[in-house]
Design a protein around this ligand. Sequence first.
Ligand code: PYC
Length: 315
Amino acid sequence: MKIIDSHTGGEPTRTIVSGLDTPRGAKATRDFLEKEADWVRTTLINEPRGFDAIVGACLCEPEDSTCITGVVFFNNLSCLHSCLHGTIGIVETLAYLGRIRPGEHHIETPVGIITALLAEDHSITIKNIPCYRFAEDVRVTLPNGQEIAGNISWGGNWFFLISNQGPEIRAENIAALTDFTRTVRDALRIQNITGENGAEIDHIECFASPQAGINANSQNFVLCPGSAYDRSPCGTGTSAKIACLAASGELTEGETWLQASIIGSVFEGSFESIPDSDKVIPIVTGRAFITSETTIIVQPNDPFKHGISSPRIGV
Ligand code: PYC
C-alpha cells in the first residue's frame, strides 16, 4: 500500500493512493472499512506507524460519475462522517500526483458530494454539503455542577459549540482544554443531548477572541472523536460555526469569517444560502502541503503489524 502524507493548517492527512482494493462508492467503502477491513485504519493511524492526530483518507471509485474520486476518512477511533481539512489534503495530494489540475472538482463522501476548487496558487476552496444549526442555547451540566451553554450544529459532523466558557483558548492550555471538552462530551452523552435523530455529538468546539498577533474573527479548540485535538481550525467545525452565525444573522451571505485554530492556522469561511431552506452551504478555503510518500510494509510475523491497539480511556 502506498500513502502520501500532507498537512492542512498543521493537521495531518494520510491518503492511500494505491495498493488497496475498495468497493465502488463512498458509502460502500465506509461499510467495507468498518465491517471487513478495520485493520487498514489501525495499521495506518495507530503507533508504531501513526499517532493520534492523523486522519486517514481511503480513496475509492465514486458511484457518481461527475466526481473525480470517492473518499472515506477515518481516525484513531473509527470512520468519520466527513473531514474538510482532509478534503483539502486529498485535493493537494491528487494535484501532486498529477491526477488533477487547477479547476473545480466534485468529491463523493458518505454524507454527500463536496465541491473543491483548486486555484493556480494551490489554495483550495471547498463548498460543503448543506449545514445547519440544530439547537440553540442548549444547557449541559458538568459533574462539578457547572452549567455550560452551547449550540448544536451539523457541519458534516455533529458539533457542540461553546463560546467564552472553559479554559482560555491558548496553546499552553491544550491539556486543560482537552480535559474540559472531554468532560462536556461525556456529559452530553450521559444527559442524552444529541444531534438530529439521536445522532451522537462527537466533536466539541470552544471559541474565543483570537490571541494577540492572530488575524482572525475567532480562535477555536476542537476535540475530535478519539480525543485528539484538531491542529487546523477544523473545516467541518468552521462550517458548523458558519451555520450558527448564519442562523443568528451575525454573518451575512458572502461575508468572510476568518477562523483560527489553537495553533494559529487560519481557514477563510463564508456561506451561500439555499432558497426556501434554513440550511446553508458553507465555503471554506485553506492550503495543504505534502510531507512524505511512503510504502507501508506489513510483515506477517510482526506482532504489531496492524498497529498497537492500546485501549483508550474515555474516548
Ligand atoms: O477539518 O473537518 C475537519 C476535521 C474533522 C476532524 C478533523 N478535521
